[in-house]
Write a protein that binds this ligand. Structure first.
Ligand code: COA
Length: 258
């Protein structure tokens, strides 16, 4: 069985980390495959979105494969760590909306991967944490950058500098995840989100995502210019005409993604 399983359903690509026996830890092989998969997705204009999840019910992802890393020589350490960061960045850079369906706990690189997605749905009873400082390292795949953006600097310092693991309810309270649901409602929660996304015009969604991503942290003038540029992509689409026509005719729009 492959350590990553791909499945395409109704325009969404499901990526399942499939190493439940090691809590879906990110091995060298998994990182390489994730980056390759992201490169393929980037070429696909027909894909409406991506769902990333993990096999089993113990963990979404326990982060870097600590057993494999133990055997990595000093000379190979930097490239090894860079490969995790590159894999996670390739997911963050996807133009399509990304949903992390967190079927269990997420630590270290597992939480960094989740934070690189646009939406996070976490199963009740799970916990999350950037535990790296407890392991003599620090987050190195976007954790110290994305977490403060998501939950603010004060809370991010608390979680990162203390390597704290927090329960799902707290993750929801501080805005680290969008939803916390019981295990038997996970599928319905992700299906609901997919249906909401599917009802929106694809070019509008990807353009809005690009505007948010590209303008973050920039000055007002530059940000507004980026927004303007992204907005222009929606201006001459058939979907824009369809949206206006559907509104005028009082019917749901049928978007084609062009
Ligand atoms: N890398 C490699 N193997 C890992 C792993 C990781 N990050 N996390 C867990 N595993 C392995 C364990 O070594 C164990 O292997 P074994 O059966 O050969 O002993 C197996 O997965 C199950 O782990 P276990 O701890 O027994 O399961 P659990 O369900 O009780 O706990 C975790 C799961 C994820 C809570 C716990 O393993 C853990 O805290 N892992 C470290 C998470 C972490 O700090 N990651 C940050 C990395 S930078």
């Amino acid at each position: 069985m492959s350590d990553i399983v791909l499945e395409e359903k109704a325009g969404f690509l499901w990526i399942t980390l499939n190493r439940p026996e090691v809590r879906n830890a990110l091995s060298r092989d998994v990182n390489t495959k994730l980056a390759d998969i992201a490169a393929d997705i980037d070429q696909r204009d027909d894909l409406r979105g991506v769902v990333i999840t993990g096999a089993g019910d113990k963990a979404f992802c326990a982060g870097a494969d600590l057993k494999e890393r133990k055997g990595v020589s000093a000379a190979e350490t930097a490239p090894y760590v860079n490969a995790i960061a590159a894999a996670i960045e390739s997911i963050a850079a996807l133009k399509q909306p990304t949903i992390c369906l967190m079927n269990g706990s997420a630590y270290g690189g597992g939480l960094e991967l989740a934070m690189a997605c646009d939406f996070r749905i976490l199963v009740e009873g799970a916990e999350v944490g950037l535990t790296e400082v407890k392991l003599g390292i620090m987050p190195g795949a976007g954790g110290t950058v994305r977490m403060p953006r998501l939950i603010g600097e004060a809370r991010a310092k608390e979680l990162i500098m203390l390597g704290r693991r927090i329960p799902a309810a707290r993750a929801l309270e501080i805005g680290l995840v969008h939803q916390v649901v019981p295990r038997d409602k996970l599928r319905a929660a992700v299906d609901g989100l997919i249906a909401e996304l599917a009802a929106c015009a694809p070019v509008s969604v990807t353009s809005a995502k690009a505007s948010i991503e590209r303008s973050y942290g920039k000055g007002l003038e530059e940000s507004l210019s980026i927004e303007h540029e992204c907005y222009e992509r929606t201006l001459f689409t058939e979907d824009r005409d369809e949206g206006l026509a559907a509104f005028a005719e009082g019917r749901p729009p049928r978007y084609q993604g062009r």
